[in-house]
Design a protein around this ligand. Structure first.
Ligand SMILES: [Zn+2]
Length: 118
Protein backbone atom coordinates (compact mmCIF):
# COMPACT_ATOMS: atom_id res chain seq x y z
CA UNK A 1 0.00 0.00 0.00
CA UNK A 2 1.16 3.52 -0.79
CA UNK A 3 -0.06 6.61 0.95
CA UNK A 4 -0.44 10.19 -0.11
CA UNK A 5 0.52 12.40 2.80
CA UNK A 6 -1.25 15.33 1.24
CA UNK A 7 -4.77 14.03 0.73
CA UNK A 8 -4.25 11.02 3.04
CA UNK A 9 -5.53 8.63 0.44
CA UNK A 10 -4.31 5.06 -0.03
CA UNK A 11 -3.16 3.68 -3.36
CA UNK A 12 -1.96 0.42 -4.83
CA UNK A 13 1.76 -0.29 -4.69
CA UNK A 14 2.18 0.28 -8.42
CA UNK A 15 1.22 3.91 -8.04
CA UNK A 16 4.13 6.24 -7.34
CA UNK A 17 2.52 9.61 -7.57
CA UNK A 18 -0.83 10.70 -6.22
CA UNK A 19 -3.18 11.22 -9.16
CA UNK A 20 -5.01 13.88 -7.22
CA UNK A 21 -2.17 15.90 -5.71
CA UNK A 22 0.74 14.98 -7.95
CA UNK A 23 3.00 14.40 -4.94
CA UNK A 24 5.17 11.30 -4.49
CA UNK A 25 3.53 8.58 -2.45
CA UNK A 26 5.02 7.14 0.73
CA UNK A 27 5.21 3.57 1.96
CA UNK A 28 4.07 4.64 5.39
CA UNK A 29 0.76 6.13 6.42
CA UNK A 30 0.73 9.83 7.26
CA UNK A 31 1.36 10.73 10.87
CA UNK A 32 -1.72 10.86 13.02
CA UNK A 33 -3.12 14.33 13.29
CA UNK A 34 -2.65 14.32 16.98
CA UNK A 35 -2.28 18.04 17.41
CA UNK A 36 -5.59 18.77 15.79
CA UNK A 37 -7.56 17.57 18.76
CA UNK A 38 -5.22 18.45 21.52
CA UNK A 39 -6.70 18.89 24.93
CA UNK A 40 -4.84 21.84 26.42
CA UNK A 41 -4.44 21.95 30.15
CA UNK A 42 -2.90 24.60 32.32
CA UNK A 43 0.58 23.51 33.24
CA UNK A 44 0.55 25.01 36.70
CA UNK A 45 0.40 28.34 38.37
CA UNK A 46 3.67 30.19 37.98
CA UNK A 47 4.92 32.71 40.50
CA UNK A 48 5.74 35.42 37.99
CA UNK A 49 6.05 36.25 34.30
CA UNK A 50 9.77 35.62 34.62
CA UNK A 51 9.05 32.01 35.37
CA UNK A 52 6.62 31.85 32.52
CA UNK A 53 9.31 32.94 30.09
CA UNK A 54 11.82 30.51 31.57
CA UNK A 55 9.43 27.63 31.47
CA UNK A 56 8.31 28.42 27.97
CA UNK A 57 11.91 28.39 26.80
CA UNK A 58 12.49 25.03 28.44
CA UNK A 59 9.40 23.56 26.87
CA UNK A 60 10.40 24.92 23.48
CA UNK A 61 13.85 23.39 23.87
CA UNK A 62 12.35 20.05 24.81
CA UNK A 63 9.98 20.15 21.89
CA UNK A 64 6.92 20.24 24.11
CA UNK A 65 4.10 22.18 22.48
CA UNK A 66 2.91 25.03 24.61
CA UNK A 67 0.55 27.92 24.50
CA UNK A 68 0.87 31.07 26.50
CA UNK A 69 -1.95 33.22 27.74
CA UNK A 70 -1.35 36.52 29.48
CA UNK A 71 -4.39 37.99 31.10
CA UNK A 72 -2.86 41.37 31.66
CA UNK A 73 -2.03 41.79 28.00
CA UNK A 74 -5.67 41.67 27.10
CA UNK A 75 -6.43 44.65 29.28
CA UNK A 76 -3.49 46.86 28.46
CA UNK A 77 -0.19 46.95 26.66
CA UNK A 78 1.14 49.80 28.71
CA UNK A 79 3.02 47.76 31.22
CA UNK A 80 4.73 49.77 33.87
CA UNK A 81 7.35 48.26 36.15
CA UNK A 82 5.65 46.92 39.21
CA UNK A 83 2.31 46.44 37.51
CA UNK A 84 3.56 43.02 36.51
CA UNK A 85 4.17 41.88 40.03
CA UNK A 86 1.68 39.25 40.96
CA UNK A 87 0.48 38.86 37.41
CA UNK A 88 1.17 35.45 36.04
CA UNK A 89 0.77 34.31 32.50
CA UNK A 90 -0.76 30.93 32.14
CA UNK A 91 1.04 28.25 30.23
CA UNK A 92 -0.98 25.57 28.58
CA UNK A 93 0.38 22.27 27.33
CA UNK A 94 -1.31 19.29 25.73
CA UNK A 95 -2.65 17.02 28.43
CA UNK A 96 -0.36 14.15 27.49
CA UNK A 97 2.70 16.37 27.93
CA UNK A 98 1.71 17.76 31.28
CA UNK A 99 3.52 15.28 33.51
CA UNK A 100 6.68 15.47 31.44
CA UNK A 101 6.60 19.25 31.47
CA UNK A 102 5.99 19.40 35.21
CA UNK A 103 8.97 17.20 35.88
CA UNK A 104 11.13 19.50 33.81
CA UNK A 105 10.07 22.66 35.52
CA UNK A 106 9.52 21.55 39.11
CA UNK A 107 13.19 22.00 40.05
CA UNK A 108 13.03 25.60 38.84
CA UNK A 109 10.01 26.69 40.70
CA UNK A 110 10.43 28.00 44.15
CA UNK A 111 7.54 26.52 46.06
CA UNK A 112 7.36 29.47 48.37
CA UNK A 113 3.88 30.37 47.22
CA UNK A 114 2.64 26.82 46.93
CA UNK A 115 0.27 27.21 49.84
CA UNK A 116 -1.62 29.90 48.00
CA UNK A 117 -2.41 27.71 45.05
CA UNK A 118 -6.00 26.83 44.69
ZN1 LIG B 1 -3.04 13.01 -2.79
Amino acid sequence: MKYCHSCRYEFKDEVDVCPDCGVPLHDTPPAPEKYREVEWVELRQLPSPIYVEMVKEILDNEGIPNYLSFHFLSSTFSIRGSSLVGESGKLFVPKEFRDEALELIEPLIDDEGADQEE
